[in-house]
Design a binder for this molecule. Structure first.
Ligand SMILES: O=C(O)CCC(=O)C(=O)O
Ligand SMILES: [Fe+2]
Length: 227
């Protein structure tokens, strides 16, 4: 697979954005749309983040539940899980659920639930190359990232780098990657098991939302375990 730089600047309604995302996922497995999140939603989310205190953010770990560890060599950002207890959280979850419903009805992905957090990368923070899910292990199917940084310039770093599969047949081999600048309202969606990705060190505060659409992983009476 080769990653193409082609990105669509979006100006239509949710429906046409959802359609573009669905088409991209089928064709390439990922979808990148600068300035695509509805403006009022991006602004509500930014306002909400600016009201959160340092105590609302916790160091992000790696691994799930009992295997959860903090590793300064892998990621240094802080996160705050999004709930529907705020107007912004509620609107974001509603928007994500309408994307989930659209993708389920058009691509039959069987997406069952959604979880997401705000993330804050302070100057110098990074998240090394990783996958959000592993084949046969996780139930994260689709990852979504949305950026909330106004006036972000190329010098500010903090790019999301998405890697394609490196195969001997690929004309670009290991260099097969695409960089996304974390500008306000940019929406990135990709298949969680398929694309390793990393966050390069940011040179100023960088705010984003990372979310995952999941399959139903409930076993007997055990509720789907939290991340
Ligand atoms: O903030 C980003 O660009 C991506 C974050 C990420 O990969 C993650 O939280 O798993
Ligand atoms: Fe990730």
């Amino acid at each position: 697979m080769s990653l193409s730089q082609a990105q669509t600047t979006h100006s239509g309604g949710d429906k046409s954005l959802f359609e573009l995302i669905a088409n991209d996922i089928v064709e390439k497995g990922y979808s990148i749309h600068p300035h695509a999140l509805p403006k009022n939603l991006s602004e509500l989310l930014l306002q909400h983040i600016s009201k959160l205190s340092d105590d609302d953010f916790k160091r992000a770990g790696i691994g799930r539940s009992k295997d959860h560890i903090i590793d300064d060599l892998i990621r240094t950002d802080e996160i705050s899980w999004i709930t529907s207890n705020s107007e912004a959280g509620c609107s974001w979850i509603k928007w994500s659920e309408s994307l989930q419903a659209y993708l389920n009805s058009h691509l039959f992905l069987g997406l069952f639930s959604f979880e997401s957090h705000f993330s804050h990368y302070a100057k110098g923070d990074f998240y090394k190359k990783h996958k959000d899910a592993f084949k046969g292990e996780g139930n994260r199917v689709l990852s979504i990232v949305v950026y909330l940084n106004q006036n972000w310039s190329a010098d500010d770093g903090g790019e999301l780098v998405i890697y394609g599969e490196s195969s001997p047949d690929s004309p670009v081999g290991d260099n097969n990657h695409i960089s996304v600048t974390p500008t306000f309202g940019t929406v990135v969606v990709f298949l969680s098991e398929e694309f390793p990705h990393e966050v390069l060190p940011a040179r100023r505060d960088r705010y984003a939302i990372a979310g995952w659409f999941r399959l139903n992983n409930s076993i007997a009476n055990n509720i789907d375990p939290a991340s």
